[in-house]
Design a protein around this ligand. Sequence first.
Ligand SMILES: Cc1cc2nc3c(=O)[nH]c(=O)nc-3n(C[C@H](O)[C@H](O)[C@H](O)COP(=O)(O)OP(=O)(O)OC[C@H]3O[C@@H](n4cnc5c(N)ncnc54)[C@H](O)[C@@H]3O)c2cc1C
Length: 579
Amino acid sequence: MSSRSDDPDNADVIVVGAGLAGLVATYELARAGRRVLVIDQENRNNLGGQAFWSLGGLFMVDTPEQRRLGIKDSYELALQDWLGSAGFDREDDTGGRYPEDRWPRQWAEAYVRFAATEKRDYLHGLGLRITPIVGWAERGGHDATGHGNSVPRFHLTWGTGPEVVRVFAEPVLAAERRGLVTFAFRHRVDEVVIEDGVAVGVRGTALSRTPQDEGLARGRASTRDEVGPFEFRAGAVVVTSGGIGHNHELIRRNWPVERLGQPPATMISGVPAHVDGRMLEISERAGAHIVNRDRMWHYTEGIVNWDPIWPDHAIRIIPGPSSLWFDAVGDRLPAPNFPGFDTNATMKAILASGHDYSWFVLTQSIIEKEFALSGSEQNPDITGKDLKLTVKTRLSKGAAAPVEAFKEHGEDFVVADTLAELVAGMNKIARGPQLDVEHLERQIVARDREVGNAYSKDLQLMAVQNARAYFGDKVSRVAKPHRILDPAHGPLIAVRLNILTRKTLGGIETDLDSQVVRADGSPFPGLYAAGEVAGFGGGGVHGYNALEGTFLGGCIFSGRAAGRALARDLAQGRTQGSA
Ligand SMILES: Cc1cc2nc3c(=O)[nH]c(=O)nc-3n(C[C@H](O)[C@H](O)[C@H](O)COP(=O)(O)OP(=O)(O)OC[C@H]3O[C@@H](n4cnc5c(N)ncnc54)[C@H](O)[C@@H]3O)c2cc1C
């Protein structure tokens, strides 16, 4: 099959990628009465892309939910945290270096303002609701101006990722029924068509659409069987194709060795196979400027999914602060590398051991209160908006059923009554050195001794006390301090933690309208980019580190910017392809 449409009137705008960023851009354009062609290499079942699988955590600032919990937040505090985390340092062009952080810093200020003002109302107006307990993610553990959230800001969507998708997909599907939006699923874009320096369309390959292809369930890796070429044209092209998280080769090529150490030999995939990064190179070939390629956000608490959906499927443990964290050699990680504190610093500490995995050692009491698993399918209570089940899962005794299932079936878990048995089990699944039980015991006993000490100098225990000062953590996230080796809190549990690939922090450079910027700094006529492929805006709004819950919001903010800018320009007859 070859489909061809070179009538520019067929669509005002082409959107490449039906993930969250693409849906938001399409929603804004359709709202303004514009015709949109949305192209995606996957089938219709995958509408919404990665966002469907997400936990639906949203970074917001100074909300009613925070205020109800006594959390004092403000734009100024959030911006201080954001800039302390981002560490933008590529802003001047001295020495001939291109100022890659010029747009990201502007995006950061605009995005934090959005999170502190319009974001909640915009989503609320679409029907999205959030749960009452605000989470405290990525705490940092440095000084006030360093990396991390000074206060809890992780707002969990009631309905998790599928709900974030729903509130944009429903109006887009309604616009499809009205004839404003057309989808071309199973169409893979291979080229952005540029004529006289203007983006005027895309070319690519139609992929097979057998009943098997069309019926393939969401998230499953699809075939790349080719059927024939296609070409579509429009007044503008918006690239919303996601990041590079399932392309381990590309991750290794861009890995910042000098900052984090050698790339891990073993990585497991926290994103579906369609997150292949191809459109970055395709956009670059068309003349887009890719910046901050070496900035990425992968997690150090990855476990192999015993019930996988996509190839190498990994799940991230979102941990509370109490588990003891050891590197592959068996040395406790130095402060502030506590669970949930500083993702990149922990990555560096783990890789410094010369190995690509690490260990949690904890108790049954800790797993029950502190282990959450990222992913909509791992949280059926909140994803299903089931109030009764949510209260039961989150507040009653015992670990959540998905956590228990991992404990029972997961290949990374060891459960034992004594430390000697635990270490013997850890040594069976270690990819590196055999651990010495006495070495581990010395460190755990020393830490346990501090539990009864009101003046402890153990920074992790101090951090646990600090967390428990927050009502939300005390009731649902942080176990009462106890001795790890106290059998009353057993059995003992060890988890082998792998490096899990996830987010791309750099990408296509864009201005505040999400219009692509060329290497010489000029706007690229007709070409826009949003979401993860654009580093969530500007080519790297996060800088070096994220504050969490910032990615879905980044797709929303940058997708909205692209849609609104194009709607404005089309109304004034100003897009280049239609000029
Ligand atoms: C398990 C999980 C949990 C997460 N939890 C959170 C969270 O709690 N909070 C948060 O903020 N973020 C979270 N995230 C991150 C967030 O979901 C993603 O960063 C975001 O959804 C990316 O959206 P996107 O639209 O940019 O890209 P994607 O969702 O990747 O969509 C891109 C689309 O483009 C298509 N495409 C790519 N290349 C081509 C091509 N050449 N031709 C045609 N189509 C193409 C793909 O098939 C895909 O459908 C999570 C992610 C995962 C996987």
